[in-house]
Ligand binder design. Sequence first.
Ligand code: NAD
Ligand code: UGA
Length: 464
Amino acid sequence: MDIRNICCIGGGYVGGPTMAVMALKCPDIQINVVDINKERINNWNDKDLSKLPVYEPGLAEIIMKCRGKNLHFSTKVREMIEIADMIFISVNTPTKTKGIGAGKASDLKWVENSAREVATFSKGHSIVVEKSTLPVRTAEVIQSILNSSQNQTKPDYENKSFDVLSNPEFLAEGTAIDDLLNPDRVLIGGDNPEAIKSLRNIYKRWVPDRKILETNIWSSELAKLTANAFLAQRISSINTIAALCESTGADVREVSRAIGKDSRIGSKFLDSGPGFGGSCFKKDILNLVYLAEYFGLPEVANFWNNVVSINYWHQHRISKIIIKKLFGSLSGKKIGILGFAFKANTNDTRESSAIQICKDLLEEGALLTIHDPKVEKNKISKDLPEESFDPNTWDVLDSVEKTLKNTHAAVLLTEWSDYSNLDWDNLAKKMVKPAWIFDARSIVDKTKVLDAGLNLWRIGDGSI
Ligand code: NAD
Ligand code: UGA
């Protein structure tokens, strides 16, 4: 099937950048991104590119090139589904908050609604592509919703037919455009070779053929959850070793380097930090846990659940170290937090370890001053809600110097490059002695901090 018109339902962190890159590489295909969120769509259409709803290096340039030519953003869900040959479903799939599977299973409400819209509005043959991260066998749900529309008797529906493919996304925030332009692999799951070929032909325009993998649909769905689970597992693993390093005199950076040289282990994702954050790792592992429980595999569920438990434990472990080093009490003490985003180069704070650690410190009576180059105060207000945390006990400041003034400690939680070259001699003069630097990202210059007369704790460093 020759694809001339694509509709993507959901213009978020995945739908927006993915369709932008597809539009760039396929100038002969018209691509419509539709979303029920009017404000988001207005932002995608804003002339001022700094207002785009997603910040990713390189994205604004692509939007400038393609928007209004073969890339369009609108709320016209019905109209764009009607004219599409291929429809991507790229909507949110958060963890369920109530009902069966609450706290673990994915809430498929938005996916189901999208499938119903496709079932109602599509015409002729449509290829429906799951882009959202979904539990195994969701394609079955989508297919059965789509099939139900084929039974209708209205003349409009007479020739309606569908293929469902799974095509999960592996981009990481902060590097999304590069990940989309040069993916390690593109995964397509499905059972109709013709439909698979249609999607493959799109990716082939810029992805080498050998990198486009085909699997059955269930393997594709499960591979996405598994990839995130394995990545998160490596972080939890190295974070447990960091704790052991601190007790034994070993240094986790040296251990990571040594094991990473083993080509079977590989060197990536071995940086010990304050614990993994981001919108997906926890959600996807909990989904895997739910699936394992559902299919009667409690040992499998326990194994993966521990990856998440270790992450909580590790975040609280850091909070406890801070409390202990500050003589067991934080009451009335001022602490500067450097970095609130879940990783550098994004303004996203979803599941950021900074949230948990700040909550722990506030509960111990500390007064926090927070700095982050990209995260705005209103976002932090949502993460430290007024109902639970008195807004007078924390503040956001626009420079590191102001943030650390009169503090007893600085806690580094995001690896912003700005934090690697701080003038500790100068900053030390502004802090209350004895002052501590808690570096959970191994980003500060150890010698400079110690030479400035400051006490240093560094993640996984048993040599201090
Ligand atoms: P998001 O919340 O940023 O965007 C989803 C969008 O879908 C929202 O704007 C929402 O308004 C829209 N939407 C929901 N229902 C709709 C409907 N019926 N019609 C039209 N629009 C609708 O989510 P995201 O971060 O883009 O993630 C989307 C999916 O991709 C999730 O399953 C996620 O797990 C997966 N994923 C995310 C990332 C990431 O880095 N964020 C990476 C890989 C995969
Ligand atoms: C992650 C995956 O890397 C993507 O492949 C996947 O598509 C995406 O989730 C998703 O499904 O949403 P993302 O969460 O954007 O991407 O960012 P990562 O770079 O994976 O970082 C996640 C967390 O792990 C961050 O808090 C980061 O600081 C932490 N991390 C990462 C470490 O603590 N150590 C490391 O060595 C690497």
